[in-house]
Design a protein around this ligand. Structure first.
Ligand SMILES: [Zn+2]
Ligand SMILES: [Zn+2]
Length: 342
């Protein structure tokens, strides 16, 4: 009898104390939770993330967009998005590449998702005044323009992007990729050579989040800006250059020495010595003096309902503070595109 050797993933699953390295998304609940969070942020109901008046309308519009994402995920169009053939996922796996690469061919169903998303965005009495002009622009795009903008969004170049259209196209791509990721056998995904890109689709993270509950308790995850997967990265490490020597934290109330980080260093990752539910620790920027960039980190220990993408969007004030201090944002938020100043 030949004894079958365990694969690395199976060995990890035998260890019940192992850190879950990859959290695949649950699109059926994710977009609804994001819509709720965006509305709470817009209403000023999140103590750790005060939102300026000027941003509230935009958050409301993005909440409507998240509602539409939720409607598309629950509808029949969701079945038009199919996983790539096993052979191509195997090839990617064998070469340490993401199995659902955003740089590769898009799933054929994504344009049906885009059309369904526009359909779900009916301007009603409650609608944001920005919605109707955005929809008119989006309906006017021909296929080449739409695919061109999708390329620019997924590959992270600002050229050719219309800031009003881009969040809606990015939203359709998120629906398509998160549906695929949710159906993925995690065995196809593995940590990449770099820990700074999504192991499922190869995109940049939008922000990071310290999770609570179950085996993820106290661990930090990076949240993918496209497929909505989360992957583990140890705390107090730059999510851009992976150096850990010059990382600091900037909150909305001022730079601190991060007692939390010191506690983690003393107690080991996954342990929490800090008092929970401290609003000053919900949203912070993790700055790095090695590469002079920052990314935000949201802490579920201090607000159970943190949602990395929504919270990142709502905490623009923190971007202002940190960029004034000389740090560049490591990567953008797919729901916010600013006009190219060049
Ligand atoms: Zn991803
Ligand atoms: Zn760095």
């Amino acid at each position: 009898m030949v004894q079958r050797l365990l694969q690395p993933g199976e060995i990890e699953s035998l260890d019940h104390n192992a850190i879950p390295r990859l959290l695949l998304p649950h699109p059926a609940t994710l977009f609804a939770a994001r819509a709720t969070r965006l509305r709470q942020l817009a209403a000023g109901e999140v103590p750790g993330i005060p939102v300026e008046e000027a941003l509230r309308g935009y958050l409301g519009l993005m909440a409507q967009l998240a509602d539409a994402q939720q409607a598309v995920v629950a509808g029949s169009v969701a079945y038009q998005v199919e996983l790539p053939p096993d052979a191509s996922m195997k090839l990617a796996h064998d070469h340490n590449m993401p199995p659902l690469p955003v740089s590769g061919a898009r799933p054929a169903g994504w344009r049906a998702v885009f059309a369904a998303l526009l359909e779900a965005l009916k301007p009603g009495v409650e609608a944001s005044p920005q919605l109707a002009p955005a929809l008119a622009l989006l309906r006017g795009l021909n296929d080449a323009e739409l695919e061109g903008m999708a390329d620019a969004i997924l590959n992270g170049y600002a050229e050719g992007i219309d800031p009003l259209c881009a969040p809606f196209i990015a939203a359709a791509l998120q629906v398509s990729w998160s549906l695929m990721a949710s159906r993925l056998d995690p065995a196809w995904a593995q940590p990449l050579v770099t820990g700074t890109l999504c192991p499922v689709c190869g995109s940049q993270p939008v922000a990071s989040v310290v999770r609570i509950g179950g085996q993820s308790q106290g661990y930090r995850y990076l949240h993918c800006s496209c497929c909505e997967s989360e992957w583990h990265m140890v705390r107090v490490k730059c999510s851009c250059c992976e150096a850990n020597g010059k990382v600091a934290y900037q909150g909305l109330v001022g730079k601190d020495a991060d007692p939390q980080a010191a506690n983690v260093a003393a107690a080991g990752e996954g342990k929490t010595l800090d008092k929970a539910n401290d609003p000053t620790k919900v949203a912070r920027a993790e700055t790095c003096d090695d590469c002079h960039t920052y990314r935000k980190i949201f802490n579920q220990e201090h607000d159970y309902h943190v949602e990395p993408l929504a919270d990142d969007l709502a905490s623009l004030l923190l971007d202002v503070l940190v960029s004034e201090a000389g740090y560049a944002r490591a990567s953008g938020n797919p729901l916010l595109w600013l006009k190219d100043e060049a």
